[in-house]
Design a binder for this molecule. Structure first.
Ligand code: FO1
Length: 315
């Protein structure tokens, strides 16, 4: 099966890894949010791209989900001693990625080409594509004013109350090369259990991507389980935007884009309400969606593909 997955941070990276580890693996393209990208020490940092790549390469830091395993912190500690910015922790191995990416961007190469070359070195089989080669930084609108994404997320620990989001320059951005073709050729689109507001919306906002997806069979996995986000501020964002966080709210969020939706077993009681929503009918499947181990990733990925296959056969 030919799969395109849309992914943001840790949840997306885990499911993408599960899909890639299936036996046999599907032909997989992962489209990754770059709204979180920012500049620190003059370095171009692409947290979601790196999180997806490190997970696919099996070299992610297991307890955080981002950054590298067996990481060294010499540079970080020296920066701390010098009184430099230490709110965003960059490990020594991770720094090599940012240094080389920044050098190549500076000589005019696009992010998508650099990412493809890094993936070859890291022996990553799926195609990993940034949503765009154009910068589209996410700006978080909050009760403390407009904040750059990582200032909101890491520096301020997601504490400001959110009132909205802006994807700066998105109207003039283009999908990275290969994205529209991958979508066209896909049998199934999988929206990973990533934050709908700040991981998936930026991808959908790139002109041409949403309309290409509308032609395809799309299924999503809810990142909200029993009213809480597995990781990160998604549930808090829903509340602050006046919406009760739930799998139902996520299904509503994606609206008519969805043909299928996977919710956690804990939310089985929501199933009927989601199936019978007022917009077009939605097929719903219940699974254990909390990916604690590597085996969980592969098991859930298998269930996603089986459910996808079922939807394909029913259409
Ligand atoms: N998240 C944090 O909460 N604190 C950090 O110090 C931090 C450093 C970091 C370094 C590299 C990287 O690729 C990601 C990093 N993240 C850190 C995660 C990241 O900022 C967010 O999880 C994503 O942007 C949201 O998906």
């Amino acid at each position: 099966m030919n799969i395109v997955a849309l992914a943001g941070g840790v949840g997306g990276a885990k499911l993408a890894d599960g899909l890639a580890r299936l036996n046999p693996p599907p032909a997989l393209t992962v489209i990754v949010n770059t709204g979180d990208d920012f500049n620190l020490f003059g370095l171009h940092i692409s947290p979601d791209l790196d999180t997806v790549c490190y997970n696919l390469a099996g070299m992610e830091q297991r307890n955080t989900g981002w950054g590298r395993a067996d990481e060294g912190w010499d540079v970080y500690q020296e920066i701390q001693k010098l009184g430099g910015p230490d709110w965003f922790r960059l490990g020594d191995k991770d720094l090599a990625t940012h240094l080389e990416r920044t050098r190549r961007l500076g000589s005019g190469e696009p992010l998508s080409k650099i990412t493809a070359d890094f993936c070859r070195v890291w022996e990553i089989d799926p195609a990993v594509l940034p949503m765009s080669d154009d910068p589209v930084p996410t700006i978080v609108l909050t009760d403390q004013g407009e904040l750059a994404f990582q200032d909101y997320f890491v520096k301020l620990s997601c504490e400001p109350a959110v009132t909205g989001f802006r994807f700066q320059g998105v109207e003039n951005s283009q999908p990275a090369p290969g994205i529209l073709q991958a979508i066209q050729e896909a049998d199934l689109i999988v929206i990973c259990p990533s934050n709908p507001w700040v991981s998936i919306e930026p991808i959908l906002a790139v002109p041409g991507i949403r309309s290409a997806l509308e032609e395809k069979l799309v299924l999503a996995i809810s990142p909200i389980i029993a009213g809480e986000a597995v990781k990160g501020p998604a549930a808090k964002m829903y509340l602050e935007m006046g919406i009760i966080p739930s799998a139902t709210a996520v299904a509503k969020h994606y609206g008519n884009l969805l043909d299928g939706f996977i919710i956690d077993k804990q939310d089985e009681g929501l199933m009927k309400g989601i199936i019978n929503r007022e917009t077009h009918p939605l097929k719903v499947f219940c699974a254990d969606t909390w990916m604690k181990t590597r085996e969980d990733r592969v098991r859930l990925a298998g269930e996603v593909l089986d459910f996808g296959q079922q939807i394909i056969e029913e259409v």
